[in-house]
Design a protein around this ligand. Structure first.
Ligand code: ATP
Length: 275
């Protein structure tokens, strides 16, 4: 027996992870495990009442108190959000003292798997077009008084032409405070502050991943993104503000305005070149 198989099985027993075919709460039949995050184990399941596929998140056992609070908060946040590009919360239940969330299954590819498994390449224009779609959803989330705090490539997925945002496990109401914020290192602080700027900062890194998808290294020497990426000056200026290298955007609306302006300029330049 190899070591990783051994540890997986120990964890399965300790966490009481469900196997394919298990029926939870007399209603949800497990199809497969999708992954184990820091707070929960996520499954794809079939809702036997509606015959629809759903996602079930089972709270992990360790650090019970923190995780229970986090599950309650995630449920409260999802309940506030009513948007076709955000998973709807369908149900919550507790079995054997373990809370579970049942939510909408957002079928599609995460941006992470598109880039790293499927080799998708984004041009500068495509990257900003995609970012604009994400921003429309994030603007809605902020308008509901919520900040996501985990806008990374595995949590943004593409379903046909639509973008979806998943995993609200770290989301917070903007009215809350994080008592540990001062103990975080700078990078974590910038991502986790309960402020809309954290989402803008995280989306700066999201944008870097999109732009790097078309990057071909010409030297082994590691350089900064500003040296490596060949992007327009306008794109660079926007990115610098998103990453808080220069004065940060205070809200999504002004970032969207800049992106619109940049995309319009690109469109005009295309016509100038053609005519
Ligand atoms: N509503 C959903 N629809 C479709 N897939 C989902 C949904 N929620 C989660 N997933 C998928 O389930 C897997 C596990 O997700 P989960 O959020 O539990 O953990 P994680 O992202 O691996 O870790 P962490 O939460 O610690 O970042 C991921 O591959 C994610 O894409």
């Amino acid at each position: 027996m190899n070591l990783s198989y051994f540890f997986t099985n120990i964890q399965r027993i300790f966490e009481r992870r469900y196997k394919k075919g298990a029926v939870l709460y007399g209603r949800y039949e497990i199809i497969q495990e999708l992954g184990m995050g820091s707070y929960g184990i996520t499954y794809l399941a079939n809702d036997l009442h509606t015959n629809k596929q759903v996602v079930i998140k089972q709270m992990r056992k360790r650090k019970r108190k923190t995780r229970e609070d986090s599950f309650r908060r995630e449920a409260a946040i999802l309940r506030q959000l009513n948007h076709s590009q955000i998973p709807a919360l369908y149900d919550t239940f507790t079995v054997r003292h373990t809370p579970h969330l049942v939510m909408e299954y957002m079928e599609g590819d995460t941006v992470e798997s598109l880039i790293f498994a499927k080799g998708k390449v984004f041009t500068e224009e495509e990257a900003f077009q995609l970012l604009k779609q994400v921003l429309t959803i994030v603007e809605y989330i902020h308008a509901k008084g919520i900040v996501h705090r985990d806008l990374r490539i595995p949590n943004i997925l593409l379903r046909d032409e639509d973008v979806c945002i998943i995993d609200f496990g770290l989301a917070r109401f903007l009215s809350e405070q994080d008592p540990h914020i001062e103990t975080y290192i700078l990078e974590k602080k910038l991502r986790r502050q309960i402020d809309v700027k954290s989402d803008i900062y995280a989306l700066g890194h999201f944008l870097l991943f999109l732009l790097y998808s078309s990057y071909e290294p010409t030297t082994k020497e590691e350089r900064s993104w500003e040296e490596e990426l060949e992007i327009s000056n306008f794109a660079r200026t926007i990115l610098r503000r998103m990453l808080q290298i220069t004065e940060s955007y205070d809200e999504i609306a002004s970032l969207k305005e800049d992106i619109d302006c940049m995309l319009k300029r690109k469109e005009r330049n295309k016509h100038v070149i053609v005519s």
